[in-house]
Design a protein around this ligand. Structure first.
Ligand code: ADP
Ligand code: MG
Length: 452
C-alpha cells in the first residue's frame, strides 16, 4: 500500500489541487451555535518528518484557509486503473497547522488555564492522537511554558505549587517522580479521587519545576526503550496543585496536563500477542470512556450556559468506568462544584500513509465538540415587558413606581436608586399594595405601561 501511495504521489497532488469542497452542511449548522468556551477542541497537524518526506509520501491533511475545517483526502485504488480521491472534512474549534509552534498553542489555548487554576479552578489539557503524531512533543513543550508562567512572578498573590506525575497503564498506576513505584487510584470517603502512594513535590523555582518534568519524561523514555515503547501504551498525567496558603479553606487550583496513550486501533498495532491486544483494547475502552466523559461534562456546561440553570442530571458522565477518568474525577463529575476549563489538542500526523489513523483522530475530536446554541435575540416591543432589556426596565420602574408612604413592613435596605428589579413588570402591577403609587414623569419618556 505504501508503495502504491508513493508511486501515485504526482496523481494525488493533481487530484487534491482540483478538489473543490462542497458547501459544508456541518459548517453551516455551526452558525446556529458557538463552540463551548469552557471546552475547546483543537487540532495540531505536525510537520512531515524528514524520513516521511524523503520516502516521497505526500501530505493527506489540509487545513482549509480562514475556517475551522480540516480536509483529509485518501487515495483509493480503483479496479479500472486510475486511483481516485476519497475526501472527508472535520470541524474543530481551532486548527494549528504544521508551521505553528508550541509557544503559539500555549498562548492561545493553555495560558488562560494558568490564572484560572491560580484562582482555584480546574484546568485540563488532553493531547490525543495516534503514536508518532506529536502528543509528547506538544505536552512536554506546554509543561515548560506552564512552569514559566507559574514561576514567573507575574501572577497575583502567593501560592504553593506541588507537582506529581503519574503513568496509567491498563488498571495499574505508577509514580514517575518516584522511580515508577506502583500506586493506587482510590476514592476517599468524601468522594475525592486520591493517587494513594504518589509523591507530590513542592516546587519553589523554575529550575526545580523543570527538573521534575524532565525526571518524569526521562523515566517514561527509558521505560519505552526497555519494554517496547510503553509510552505509547500508557497515559501520563502531570498534576499541578496550586495551594493558596493565605486562604486555607479555599479549594486548591488544579492543572492537569495529560499525554494520552496512542489511539491507533488494536488491529493496527505492530505487536499482536494476546497481552498486547488486550492492552490495546483497554486503551481503546479508556479513550472511549474519556470521550463520553468530556462530552457529558461539556453538555452539562452547555446546558447551564444556554438556560442559566444547573441541570446536573441531564447528561450521564461515566467517569467511574476507567482508571483515567476516575483519576480525573475533578474534571468530569457533574455533581462536583469545581469550575473546569478543558482544552483538547488532537495531534495529527499528516503523512498520507497514516491518513486512516488521522481520520479517526479528527473524527474523535469532532465528536468531543458540544456546540452551545446561540441565544436568540428578542425583538423589542414597547408593549411587551418581557422584551425590555434591564435598562429599559429600570427606567420604567424608576419613573413609574415611587414609594408614597413610609413602609409598614421591612423593605430592602439599599437606597432607592440602587433597587433593581430583575423580573419584568407583569399585568399584576396595578394591584400592588396601596403603599405604591404610579407617577409617570414628564421629563423622561420611558416605554409605555403594558396594556391590560
Ligand atoms: P507521540 O507522543 O504522539 O507518539 P511524539 O511527540 O513522540 O509522538 O512525536 C513523534 C516524532 O515527531 C518525534 O520525533 C517528534 O520530535 C516529532 N514531532 C512531533 N511534533 C512535532 C512538531 N510540531 N514539530 C517538529 N517535530 C515534531
Ligand atoms: Mg508519546
Amino acid at each position: 500500500m505504501e508503495q502504491f501511495l508513493i508511486d501515485n504521489a504526482a496523481h494525488y497532488h493533481k487530484l487534491v489541487a482540483a478538489y473543490k469542497p462542497r458547501p459544508d452542511k456541518k459548517a453551516a449548522g455551526d452558525s446556529t451555535g458557538v463552540g463551548n468556551p469552557e471546552m475547546v477542541v483543537s487540532t495540531r497537524i505536525r510537520p512531515m518528518l524528514e524520513d516521511e518526506a524523503t520516502q516521497g509520501f505526500p501530505s493527506g491533511v489540509f487545513p482549509r484557509k480562514a475556517t475551522n475545517i480540516v480536509d483529509l483526502h485518501e487515495l483509493k485504488k480503483s479496479v479500472r486503473g486510475t486511483p481516485s480521491l476519497n475526501s472527508f472534512n472535520f470541524t474543530v474549534d481551532r486548527i494549528f497547522g504544521s508551521e505553528a509552534t508550541t509557544a503559539e498553542i500555549y498562548e492561545s489555548l493553555v495560558k488562560p488555564l494558568v490564572p484560572w487554576a491560580w484562582g482555584g479552578g480546574v484546568g485540563t489539557l488532553f493531547a490525543y492522537g495516534q503514536t508518532g503524531s506529536g502528543k509528547t512533543y506538544t505536552v512536554s513543550g506546554l509543561e515548560r511554558h506552564v512552569a514559566e508562567t507559574l514561576m514567573g512572578g507575574l501572577l497575583e498573590g502567593e501560592r504553593k505549587i506541588h507537582v506529581c506525575v503519574i503513568e496509567l497503564a491498563g488498571q495499574a498506576a505508577y509514580d514517575l517522580l518516584n522511580t515508577r513505584k506502583q500506586i493506587s487510584i482510590l476514592e476517599d470517603s468524601f468522594g475525592t479521587s486520591q493517587m494513594a502512594g504518589a509523591l507530590e513535590h513542592n516546587v519553589t523555582s523554575l529550575d526545580s519545576f523543570i527538573e521534575q518534568i524532565e525526571t518524569a519524561a526521562s523515566l517514561r523514555r527509558t521505560a519505552a526503550t526497555q519494554k517496547n515503547d510503553t509510552s505509547s501504551r500508557s497515559h501520563a498525567i502531570c498534576r499541578i496543585r496550586i495551594e493558596n496558603p493565605s486562604v486555607p479553606a479555599a479549594e486548591d487550583g488544579m492543572l492537569y496536563l495529560v499525554d494520552l496513550a496512542g489511539s491507533e486501533a488494536a488491529r493496527d498495532r505492530s505487536d499482536h500477542d494476546t497481552a498486547r491486544m488486550k492492552e490495546a483494547r483497554e486503551i481503546n475502552t479508556s479513550l472511549s470512556v474519556l470521550k463520553d466523559c468530556i462530552r457529558g461534562r461539556a453538555m452539562v456546561d452547555a446546558d447551564i450556559q444556554a438556560t442559566g440553570k444547573s441541570t446536573k442530571k441531564a447528561a450521564y458522565v461515566p467517569f467511574r468506568q476507567s482508571t483515567l477518568t476516575k483519576t480525573l474525577k475533578h474534571v468530569f463529575d457533574p455533581a462536583g462544584a469545581r469550575s473546569c476549563k478543558t482544552v483538547v489538542v488532537a495531534c495529527v500526523n499528516p503523512c498520507l500513509a497514516d491518513v486512516g489513523a488521522s481520520k479517526n483522530t479528527l473524527r474523535y475530536a469532532e465528536m468531543l465538540r458540544v456546540v452551545v446554541p446561540k441565544a436568540k435575540l428578542v425583538e423589542y416591543k414597547p408593549n411587551v415587558p418581557a422584551t425590555w432589556n434591564n435598562e429599559q426596565l429600570c427606567a420604567w420602574i424608576d419613573t413609574n413606581v415611587r414609594v408614597s408612604s413610609p413602609a409598614t413592613f421591612p423593605l430592602p435596605q439599599a437606597p432607592l436608586p440602587s433597587i433593581r428589579f430583575t423580573r419584568p413588570p407583569s399585568p399584576m402591577y396595578p394591584s400592588l399594595p396601596s403603599r405604591w403609587s404610579l407617577h409617570p414623569s414628564p421629563s423622561t419618556s420611558p416605554p409605555p405601561l403594558p396594556e391590560q
